[in-house]
Design a protein around this ligand. Structure first.
Ligand code: DQA
Length: 143
């Protein structure tokens, strides 16, 4: 059983990008933490990051063939992308949306995510722990 771990734009800069908001872990370190945790529950992780909206859409479409669930931090596209929302809806895989920061405690334009309505759950403001909680949530949903 595999989970797709999808990170959107600018998350490749984790570790150096506004660490007071997003923490000091790099993306490879984050992926390693999630992979390690998923393995304890019997899941493999298929990780993908892109700064390009269409590439994220294509990856979500292809996840149907290789993964049983999706963990996604759509980053800035959360607030703008109908296409990513539609892709998640189209593939029908249980999806948990994750944000490192508490988007509701930040600028107003971050308060709405197009993805939330098609996600099984949304976790925000818990930092990297949010991704581990998302693995737990999907493991429970896929039982
Ligand atoms: C983010 C929050 C978004 O508003 C922002 O555009 C990001 C990261 C987070 O993980 O907190 O790039 O998704």
């Amino acid at each position: 059983m595999n989970l797709a771990l999808i990170n959107g734009p600018n998350l490749n800069l984790l570790g150096t990008r506004e660490p007071e908001i997003y923490g000091s872990l790099t993306l490879p370190q984050l992926v390693a933490r999630v992979t390690e945790h998923a393995a304890t529950l019997g899941f493999g992780i298929e990780s993908f990051q892109s700064n390009v909206e269409g590439e994220l859409v294509t990856y979500i479409q292809q996840a149907r063939g290789s993964s049983q669930g999706i963990i996604i931090n759509p980053a800035g596209y959360s607030h703008t992308s109908v296409a990513i929302r539609d892709a998640i809806s189209a593939v029908g895989l249980p999806t948990i949306e994750v944000h490192l920061s508490n988007i509701f405690a930040r600028e107003e334009f971050r308060h709405h995510s197009h993805v939330s309505a098609v996600a099984k759950g949304v976790i925000c403001g818990c930092g990297v722990k949010g991704y581990l909680l998302a693995v737990d949530a999907l493991a429970e949903l896929l039982k």
